[in-house]
Design a protein around this ligand. Structure first.
Ligand code: GLU
Length: 472
């Protein structure tokens, strides 16, 4: 039997972290078992669904590399099929028309609440003679839920679950305008699409017994269900926008690698020994839905940052450069004239947490600056630095093979010749070339800035020092 899983988002917003994690688990379960992964867009709520959201969900999945094998299948394309099944259930007396007015249902509900009962439909129209139906009311269609017994299933994550049918009522499967409802369409779709494993958030766990009853009414084979626990924010509350739970593509904008976010997401609820680092190939090899934890997991930005840094340092630099180039673009930096991006990644990856930060801290390799950082210049571009800076300028000018090794040697030699410690040369030089006191190692920095720019900037620093001298 081919394993078939699906991700079935409602396109009413972005693909946020929770949705992406559900998609990832479904995807991994399919890939780990040579199965098929299907994308189904649950867009029956016309008011709340939008084209932008559909696009955002697909963009997020594409960015993460969660490729679907079939779809997207849109529920709005399947209305004739839903109507057919509603008709079938009604004909077989497994569903019935209900004429109860809103007013009656509200009163019923209020009365039950007052009596401390769980609100549920009381089945008034269940056995009504259709001849007595009020013509002025447009009926809904309700599923005839079994009155006795219990619904039982072995959840792939939660283990054995049993819900008494007395807890359930007769679910509306079609609204007065005939449009089908979620718990019904999901069953028809999963049945028609041959889904073998329904992996979804545990906010759907209460829907599952209702859906199982519908499967049974349709004599359809039941899929297995796995309900994955929710994700909490760092403060222990359910993850929400307040926690920065934005669309996953926001992480791309913020300078995270898809490899890092996937690695981070898989560890939200799933574990394999005490390992933390997983490539997508590792995940596919090792993932087993039964290893998903029942307890909610919490979001932890520090861990995400740590993984991002890990992947920036570990992936082949060429794989990181495309994402870095895009960050330069966002900052309006033309990265075509300057050092190779692979060299930037090599030098900067261990110093930053995100590619955004990397791009911000690498502006000086591509663009000149107008002014030195005031504090750094005050401290380091002083009259006493003039001679060392002049000396290192001369030494640098003589270098024809501009390599970090040669640059390093030039600084050591100049310091030795002047009987200074290296910092007395390196620090003014750093401020001269970077504009500020922060940069990677001085030899790598000079190397990346390039000879021509280094000499120009040193001249600018010397002019700055001369001005200070004149003011003395
Ligand atoms: N459309 C549902 C949602 O976005 C998911 C349904 C399902 O996975 O069964 O929450």
């Amino acid at each position: 039997m081919t394993i078939r899983t699906r991700f079935a988002p409602s396109p009413t917003g972005l693909l946020h972290v929770g949705g992406a994690r559900t998609a990832l688990f479904s995807y991994l379960h399919a890939r780990a078992n040579n199965g098929r992964f299907i994308l189904r867009i649950e867009d029956t709520d016309i008011e709340r669904s939008s084209e932008e959201s559909i696009q955002a969900i697909m963009d997020g999945m594409n960015w993460l590399g969660l490729e679907w094998d079939e779809g997207p299948i849109f529920q709005t394309d399947r209305f004739p099929r839903y109507h057919e099944v509603i008709q079938q259930l009604t004909t077989e007396n497994k569903a019935y028309l209900c004429y109860c007015s809103k007013d009656r249902l509200e009163k019923l509900r209020a009365g039950q609440m007052e009596a401390g009962m769980k609100p549920r439909y009381d089945g008034k129209c269940r056995d009504m003679d259709p001849a007595g139906a009020p013509v002025e009311i447009k009926p809904v269609t309700r599923f005839r839920n079994p009155l006795q017994g219990a619904v039982e299933w072995t959840d792939l994550v939660r283990g054995s679950i049993s819900i008494s049918n007395e807890e359930l009522d007769d679910l509306i499967i079609a609204r007065p305008d005939g449009s089908p409802t979620y718990n019904f369409t999901v069953v028809v779709d999963d049945m028609d699409m041959g889904i073998t494993h329904v992996i979804r958030g545990d906010d759907h766990i209460n829907n599952t017994p209702r859906q199982i009853n519908i499967y049974q009414a349709l004599n359809a084979e039941l899929p297995l269900f796995g309900h994955v626990p929710m994700i909490l924010g760092e403060d222990g509350a359910r993850l929400s926008k307040r926690h920065g739970a934005v669309g996953v593509t926001q992480y791309r904008n913020d300078g995270y690698l898809p490899e890092a976010l996937l690695n981070y997401l898989v560890r939200l609820g799933w574990s394999h020994g005490d390992e933390e680092v997983f490539s997508i190939e590792d995940m596919i090899r090792l993932f087993d839905i039964s290893d998903v934890n029942r307890k909610p997991s919490s979001f932890n930005t520090e861990k995400l940052n740590w993984l991002n840094q890990h992947w920036m340092r570990t992936l082949p630099a060429t794989q990181v450069t495309a994402a870095l180039a895009w960050q330069f673009e966002l900052l309006g930096i033309d990265s075509s004239t300057g050092p190779a991006l692979t060299d930037i990644v090599d030098v900067q990856a261990e110093r930053v947490k995100t590619l955004k930060e990397m791009a911000e801290l690498s502006r000086m390799f591509f663009e000149d600056f107008e002014e030195f950082d005031a504090n750094a210049a005050k401290k380091n571009l002083r009259p006493v630095s003039r001679e060392p800076v002049e000396a290192i300028r001369a030494a640098l000018e003589d270098i024809s093979d501009w390599t970090p090794e040669n640059l390093h040697q030039a600084i050591i030699d100049t310091a030795a010749a002047m009987d200074l410690n290296m910092g007395k040369i390196a620090q003014p030089l750093r401020v001269a070339v970077c504009g500020s006191g922060v940069s990677p190692s001085i030899d790598k920095t000079l190397w990346l800035v390039g000879k021509k720019r280094c000499l120009q900037r040193i001249d600018m620093a010397l002019a700055f020092i001369a001005k200070r001298e004149a003011a003395l």
